[in-house]
Ligand binder design. Sequence first.
Ligand SMILES: Nc1ncnc2c1ncn2[C@@H]1O[C@H](COP(=O)(O)OP(=O)(O)O)[C@@H](O)[C@H]1O
Ligand SMILES: [Mg+2]
Length: 280
Amino acid sequence: MPGGPRQSAAAPSAMHALTANPAATRAPLPARCMAFRPPARGPYAAAMEPTPPSTSPGAPLLRARGLCLTLPAAAGPVNILRGVDLDLAAGETVGLVGPSGSGKTSLLMLLAGLERPTSGSLDFAGRDLTGLDEDALARWRRDHVGIVFQSFHLIQGMTAAENVAVPLELAGRRDAAAVAARLLEAVGLGHRLRHLPTQLSGGEQQRVALARALAARPALLLADEPTGNLDQETGEVVMALLFRLCAEAGAAVLLITHDPALTAHCARVVRLADGRLGAP
Ligand SMILES: Nc1ncnc2c1ncn2[C@@H]1O[C@H](COP(=O)(O)OP(=O)(O)O)[C@@H](O)[C@H]1O
Ligand SMILES: [Mg+2]
């Protein structure tokens, strides 16, 4: 990666939150993907009091206009994003595709407030995010955004339960440990609470990461190639969980993936090319 390290890469622990409309049109996933199917009113619904951000009717949850990102590099500035417009409705599932190096991860970092746009505007539930300072952005992320990364980003010295409890503790939940245990049960890992990440398979680690990302019932889940390090069958299980739990929580999903089988489960797909979003 040219130009040195990015500022971003904040601990994924500090990101999370929520809104409604579980009813996207999705074809059923293969039967083996239903292995960890949580009940209709599962632990996520039961454990957390949803605190939806107030959006005026019809207004998008997330609204990006003219987002540009230019980063310095040894050979000169790199124009990564050249004016991205994107609306994401509450509860909507959107697939984001594009060739490697087209700026998908960069866009996700902007939408998560982990990186600042060079120019353009970004609103969440009608609130301008570009004017927030770092502390306010971190609080916004804690309350409203969950992120799942390709490489899991679990905190290595912490057990599965401790990893999931982190965002709940950040949100001031005294019952963080008990809620974390219920959330891990919901992703089929009730028997792995005290395991460290190194003692878990890739699929198990991603399920822990998913439980953590959704712990604070985010309105928005951002997922960057979440099955990229998993075999196909494990990836299908993780994605079935992701879609199901997000629908249950009413969270909107922006999913970066190269897998057409996964974008088929999104209500809409957009493609990033030449620094802009268009139809796939
Ligand atoms: N810190 C950086 N400085 C300069 N250029 C960068 C930096 N990080 C990424 N890039 C460049 O930005 C482009 C988009 O990268 P990225 O968002 O990771 O793409 P994608 O996720 O679609 O593969 C690439 O050309 C990459 O080399
Ligand atoms: Mg990427």
